[in-house]
Ligand binder design. Structure first.
Ligand code: GLY
Ligand code: MN
Ligand code: MN
Length: 457
């Protein structure tokens, strides 16, 4: 896979310097984290550091000197132990060519470089994690919140280079989802579907996931962040898979729900169609200026109407939304930002807008061109809520608990795509995985046909 040109990262560092022109900016890259014994967790670079440099090794620092238009990358030096046990690290020369900093030094030069560059500055913009090193230099006045705010503001709207990376992670993750639909069968275990997804991503060159894969069949799909992935897939069950790989740190976040045996039952079609309609209508309404909270309410309205038509909810749609009845079946948000973090930064305090709806939402923002967001409505039958005497008493006029009994083992349906808000018109959908009922059934059938042919020849 090609690296982004270093001008991309260099441009981002310039933008940060323009936002914080009156201080020295210092960033600390991630450090390895011990898992147990002599084993470390796989290293993943800290997201802000990746955003500003593309440098993926642990133990690095960045210094930006806005007044002198200078930026320095400090890289770790591979000692003998490292060379024997772990291998080589990028050299000064390689890093100079690859990352486009005005200067590259070894990490050992950090102290003297900071001291030299500090002349002429009263402020240091650095994260809290850098506090110890700066204290040793006798500096205490660091401004972590201002740095955070500047980074959040910058990271929100994605620039073309970032969008290219998000397109790659979405294409690869999407192809892997398609393979899962083709290869999954009743009798397999959830982790085998996970293995198909993750091996397809690896085969395409993406070795790291944006988050732990969720493969939930049957009633497990009603557990929102289920990731035991340990149960046998049963004939007649739905399979919900929420999984995404990352490329240079930029993650996909895709969910599909499909029938394990390749054919939706009528009940499954009914619920699936409601979620699909909510998702498609919310995507169409996602334009610059739209409020994420209002889109969330739009999706709730479609779900409320759908569940009413099935006799599960009763009463006025607006009150079903306001009194929490819809949330029993759809307890999470419609959307979140996506980027270097799967739940990405929301764009800084200035961008947070009051939520004009009566529904609590985690993410209340006015959409802007360049935002990359997910669209992920769902309907779940959460036994714990539906059998709770408290919920039954509170919702007795809104929820038909007799009708709900037929759905207690249903699990749930979520459909999640990743979209880019366009300056004008409909958003661009990055996720190409089929989601129409006929297309999903066709894919499942195709997988069976291919397997059959392989057996014969
Ligand atoms: N995969 C986590 C989420 O959809 O937000
Ligand atoms: Mn998501
Ligand atoms: Mn997801």
């Amino acid at each position: 896979m090609n690296l982004l040109s270093f001008e991309h990262y260099s441009q981002i560092r310039k933008s940060l310097a323009q936002r914080l022109p009156d201080g020295l900016i210092l960033l600390k890259g991630g450090s390895p984290v011990v898992r147990n014994g002599d084993v470390e967790y796989p290293f993943r670079q800290q997201s802000d550091f990746l955003y500003l440099s593309g440098f993926e090794e642990p133990g690095a620092w960045i210094l930006i000197d806005p007044k002198n238009k200078k930026d320095v990358l400090f890289i770790p030096k591979a000692d003998d132990h490292h060379l024997v046990w772990i291998g080589t690290l990028p050299t000064l020369e390689e890093s100079r060519k690859r990352y486009g900093f005005s200067k590259v030094c070894y990490q050992g030069d950090l102290k003297s470089e900071i001291q030299t560059s500090l002349r002429g500055y009263r402020k240091i913009y650095a994260p809290k994690e850098a506090q110890n090193e700066l204290k040793r230099l006798g500096r205490r006045s660091i401004f972590p919140e201002d740095l955070r705010e500047a980074l959040d503001e910058l990271r929100a709207a994605k620039i073309p280079g970032e969008i290219e990376l998000l397109k790659v992670s979405n294409r690869v993750s999407g192809d892997a989802h398609i393979e899962v639909m083709r290869q999954t069968r009743p009798g397999q275990y959830e982790y085998q579907a996970q293995a198909v997804f993750e091996s397809e991503c690896l085969k395409s060159g993406l070795s790291s996931l944006g988050y732990p894969s969720i493969v939930a069949t049957g009633k497990n799909a009603a557990v929102l962040h289920y990731n035991k992935n340990s149960e046998k897939i049963k004939d007649g069950d739905l399979v919900l898979i929420d999984a995404g790989a990352e490329f240079r740190g930029y993650s996909a976040d895709i969910t599909r729900t499909f029938p394990a045996n390749g054919r939706f039952t009528q009940k499954q079609r009914d619920i699936y169609s409601i979620v699909l309609e909510a998702q498609k209508k919310s995507i169409s309404a996602a334009r610059p200026g739209a409020l994420s909270a209002e889109l969330h309410v739009l999706s709730m309205r479609i779900i409320a109407e759908g569940l009413k038509s099935l006799g599960i909810l009763k009463g006025e749609v607006d009150s079903l939304i306001e009194n929490g009845a819809v949330r029993v079946f759809y307890p999470h948000g419609l959307t979140h930002m996506l980027g270097l973090d799967v739940h990405d930064v929301v764009g800084g305090k200035k961008r947070c807008v009051p939520n004009p709806t009566k529904v609590p939402v985690r993410f209340s923002a006015r959409l802007e061109a360049g935002f990359v967001i997910t669209m992920e409505p769902g309907v779940y039958f959460i036994r714990f809520l539906l059998e709770s005497p408290k919920v039954q008493e509170k919702m007795k006029d809104q929820i038909n608990f007799k009708a709900v009994k037929n759905f207690l083992d249903f699990g749930g349906v979520r459909i999640e795509d990743d979209i880019i808000i366009n300056p004008a018109g409909a958003p661009l959908n990055l996720t190409h995985v089929p989601k129409e009922i006929d297309d999903i059934e066709r894919l499942c059938a195709e997988g069976r046909e291919l397997a059959h042919r392989k057996k014969r020849f």
